[in-house]
Write a protein that binds this ligand. Structure first.
Ligand code: NI
Length: 158
């Protein structure tokens, strides 16, 4: 188990566009394991590779006890909308109201570089949108309606 350092907003690596993963390597397998460990350790429900300083299109998400690893993810369908509080492990202690689709379908590759599709609703849809945006250097604060707020309780952060 290896916990990596989570980059904090202001770190320019969080503003960069990530590169596609062309093939699985032992190094990337290790990165994915570390990303999951780091996300769970931090109490988050999602983490993108640039948040641990790696500019590759990889995200991990676990909103409900199921770990999802998405490599080169692309949102191919979205519908509905939800407005709710969102946070990010790269901006600890803060949250804000963000409107997202209520349902999304994402196409990605798994750890064996096999293509698959995942459909998410509610929090999972929100996490997919949030994490995929990290791969293009976008933080949720760009979408916040109103002001950023301090996290009052121990809300889960993405
Ligand atoms: Ni985030």
């Amino acid at each position: 188990m290896a916990i990596r350092t989570i980059r904090i907003m202001g770190d320019e690596i969080l503003e960069k566009k990530c590169r596609e993963v062309k093939e699985m390597t032992p190094r990337i397998q290790e990165l994915i394991r570390d990303m999951l460990d780091t996300m769970y350790e931090a109490g988050g429900v999602g983490l993108a590779a640039p948040q641990v300083g790696v500019l590759k299109r990889i995200v991990v998400i676990d909103t409900d006890g199921t770990a999802h690893v998405l490599i080169n993810p692309e949102i191919i369908e979205q519908s509905g909308s939800q407005t709710g509080q969102e946070g990010c492990l790269s901006l600890p202690g803060k949250c804000g109201m963000v409107t997202r689709p209520n349902k999304v379908r994402v196409r990605a590759f798994d750890e064996n570089m096999e293509p698959f599709e995942l459909e998410g609703e509610a929090l999972l849809a929100r996490a997919i949108c949030h994490e995929c945006e990290h791969l293009d250097g976008v933080m949720y604060v760009e979408h916040v309606e109103g002001d950023l707020m301090d996290v009052e309780s121990d809300l889960e952060e993405e």
